[in-house]
Design a protein around this ligand. Structure first.
Ligand code: SF4
Length: 372
């Protein structure tokens, strides 16, 4: 049995085990059992141990344990237009230069705020079926200069599958780099530091093509000796690590907590890259979204507490028309800029909007109606 499979076999997937570990009983337990039927649960024992069972608002608990509001009917299945970007099953041509591959629908921990809840842990239908076909598509589109291997969690693939992806991609001269999107350093760090074969693969292929690891720490409590060790192992294997956090109600929507996260990330070598506005995904928005105006206040106050490296991130939202940076406020309006655009006419476009106090997402962006 592989190291990965041994670790996955140990993950807690039975909601009753989670409920009993946290002492959740009665009506609440019944509701959570119902939620877990639609939105599966998996928590590695390592991650479960980070929860303070005496604190119902513990941030790690909010990130990993279902809640009653998760069952809400509000929200959308595909908030960023992924179905429109899909060119082959599991392959998205996201921006002109960027391809994204859904390599798996599995994760060792199912984040309660996952924007791909429609498929993650639920259905394999959207996962790529043909690595060769994906590579041929990339070859036929020389404008693609980078590729993100995502999922699910790309490091939940066995090592021979990771090797197969890299085999097909490292020799493509058009690619400047390959990224792996993975929360494994955060939730199952021993899959990295205890698996020399994985590290050798990254070292070997990374000597031909630059590999970056895009990971996802959301709270300072996720930065432990184990997760530091995983990040260090990746860096020593030649893979720079970048972090994408999501601004989440009840987890990191406090300037001091966010600043602590961002500063700590620089100390372990996982440089802050994006802070995402939480998407209006079904099963997510009711529980986790922070209004944009408040989000901007939190992020800007956090920036004042950050070192230069720690604030080298962008506060963005992934809209169906592209990645939009939330730049600031001008009088009564908020200022935005397209950081990555799906449509050429939006490249680097600045626009302003007056938002409602409770507005968490952008609708009716000036000039986007023609693409809706
Ligand atoms: S690790 Fe990523 S893909 Fe998996 S549940 Fe968490 S956010 Fe979703």
């Amino acid at each position: 049995m592989s190291i990965l499979q041994g670790l996955l076999d140990n993950c807690i997937r039975d909601i009753d085990q989670v409920l009993s570990a946290l002492g959740i009983t009665g009506e609440e337990a019944d509701t959570l059992r119902k939620v877990a039927k639609r939105y599966p649960v998996s928590i590695p024992p390592y991650y479960l141990n980070l929860i303070d069972p005496s604190d119902p608002e513990d941030p790690i608990r909010r990130l990993s344990v279902p809640s009653a509001v998760e069952d809400s009917v509000h929200g959308h299945e595909d908030t960023s237009g992924e179905s429109h970007n899909t060119v082959l099953t599991g392959v998205q041509h996201k921006y002109a230069q960027t391809a994204l591959v859904l390599t798996t629908s599995q994760c060792s921990m199912y984040c309660r705020h996952c924007f791909r809840k429609r498929m993650v842990g639920y259905t394999h239908d959207e996962v790529t079926k043909q690595i060769l076909g994906m590579a041929e598509y990339v070859k036929a589109h020389p404008e693609i200069n980078n590729i993100l291997l995502s999922g699910g969690d790309a490091f939940i693939n066995e090592n021979d599958v990771i090797r197969e992806y890299l085999d097909h991609l490292v020799d493509l001269p058009q690619l400047d780099y390959i990224r792996f999107g993975t929360r494994t350093p955060v939730v199952l760090p021993m899959r990295i530091y205890d698996d020399p074969e994985l590290l050798d693969i990254l070292r070997e292929y990374g000597s031909h093509k630059q590999i970056y690891i895009v990971t996802h720490f959301d709270h300072p409590h996720e930065i432990t000796e184990e997760s530091k060790r995983a990040v260090r192992a990746l860096i020593e294997a030649g893979c720079p690590v970048r972090n994408q956090a999501v601004l989440l109600k009840g987890v990191n929507d406090d300037p001091e907590v966010l600043a602590q996260l961002l500063n700590s990330l620089t100390s372990i070598g996982a440089l802050p890259y994006y802070v995402f506005q939480c998407r209006p995904a079904k099963g997510v928005l009711t529980q986790f979204q922070v209004p944009l105006e408040r989000g901007y206040e939190i992020v800007s106050k956090a920036r004042t507490l950050c070192s230069g490296q720690a604030k080298a991130f962008r506060y963005v939202l992934s809209h169906v028309t592209g990645k939009i940076e939330i730049l600031g406020r001008l009088g009564e309006e908020m200022v935005f800029r397209y950081h990555q655009s799906k449509y050429r006419e939006n490249d680097e476009r600045l626009f302003t909007m007056k938002l409602r106090e409770d507005q968490c997402w952008l609708e009716n962006i000036p000039g986007w109606e023609k693409h809706s």
